[in-house]
Design a protein around this ligand. Structure first.
Ligand code: ADE
Ligand code: ZN
Length: 347
């Protein structure tokens, strides 16, 4: 590498770090760092199957989505009290703010907690308490998206929605949408047609994981049956040219998570990732961290690694950040403010 290109790279990394951006695909349970896992296990008297923080990190050698989910659900067992959810969320917000994330939309999986006897109200209160404090203290903007676990029956998703609805008024400033996550293959969007119809009638925004490990047909299903407003991941859409055209023409946002795709072996090497091709084909692509504590990096780490691996230009990096604000579930005033900030930054 020549000195000039090294300087250029350094400049681009610095540019990425300072770039205002939004994160739209972040599972708050996936931001549980091993250090906090140990701390909460101690606080709550939970036994962990690991001897040390290093042993936890060493176990994060995933072969596919399910091999990750097994550890992710086990790790979440240390989350028990409102304070636990507050601490987890505040730790994420600090990392996000350090990466110049202006706005974050947090996925949370209530079923992972209610099945262990943690009340729905505890989960909401802890997460929302931290998000409200971050807004009051730092102007950090956020929303919450309740995700249904797709490996469980649709009836369980209905029960989860019903259990959460009494809290809707209290958390109207934050809880604005529902999503669909967990093991994709064998659990197509159509399985959740009824509960998504109900969520839409109630006025919630709707999103779904599709085309992460599942085929393009699942992306079609999420669009046609669930009528989602964003596709989470969606990288396998590239296998279907008609779907690519549809996504480009509609500017349907894709919340792509490059380091997640690498760690879960959706791609073998980041240089094989199709993010740049999707962007250059006119799709509304965004960069996100998914489960940063498990996949080795928060927002800026995802941006930097992707920009390096795919030789993204500074204009493309700005396009990715602009897409994140365009795709966010916020008021037009908020969107305008961040787009103006981005414009001033990149001028
Ligand atoms: N839950 C947390 N992370 C996930 C992912 N990447 N895909 C599906 N479900 C998830
Ligand atoms: Zn995800």
């Amino acid at each position: 590498m020549t000195l000039t290109t090294m300087t250029d790279l350094h400049d681009l990394h610095d540019f990425i770090r300072r770039l205002p951006k939004a994160e739209l695909h972040l599972h708050i349970e996936g931001s549980l760092e091993p250090e906090m896992m140990f701390e909460l296990a101690r606080r709550n008297g939970v036994a962990l199957p690991y001897a040390s923080v290093d042993a936890v990190r060493a176990a994060y050698d995933f072969t596919d989505l399910q091999s990750f989910l097994d550890l992710y659900y086990a790790g979440a067992a240390v989350l028990q009290t409102e304070q636990d959810f507050f601490d987890l969320t505040m730790a994420y917000v600090r990392r996000a703010m350090a990466d110049n994330v202006r706005h974050a939309e947090l996925f949370f999986d209530p079923q992972t907690h209610t099945v262990r006897g943690v009340p729905m109200a505890t989960v909401f209160a802890g997460i929302a308490g931290a998000l409200r404090q971050a807004r009051a203290d730092h102007g950090f903007s956020s929303r919450m998206i309740l995700c249904f676990l797709r490996h469980l029956p649709e009836a369980d998703a209905f029960a989860t929605l019903d259990a959460a609805l009494p809290l809707r008024t209290e958390y109207a400033d934050l809880w604005i949408g529902v999503g669909l996550d967990s093991g994709e293959v064998g659990n197509p969007p159509e399985k959740f047609a009824g509960v998504f119809a109900r969520a839409r009638e109630l006025g919630f925004h709707v999103v779904a994981h599709a085309g992460e490990e599942g085929p393009p047909a699942y992306v079609h299903g999420a669009l046609d049956v669930l009528k989602v407003e964003r596709i989470d991941h969606g990288v396998r859409s590239e296998e279907d040219p008609a779907l690519m055209q549809r996504l480009a023409q509609s500017r349907m946002p894709l919340t792509v998570c490059p380091l997640s795709n690498l760690k879960l072996r959706v791609v073998k090497d980041l240089r094989d990732h199709n993010l740049a091709r999707l962007l250059r084909a006119g799709l509304c692509v965004t960069v996100n961290s998914d489960d940063p504590a498990y996949f080795g990096g928060y927002m800026n780490a995802n941006f930097v690694a992707t920009a390096d691996a795919l030789a993204l230009s500074s204009k493309e990096v700005v396009d990715l950040a602009r897409n994140s604000f365009l795709a966010a579930f916020v008021t037009e005033d908020e969107r305008r403010r961040w787009l103006d900030e981005l414009q001033a930054f990149s001028a």
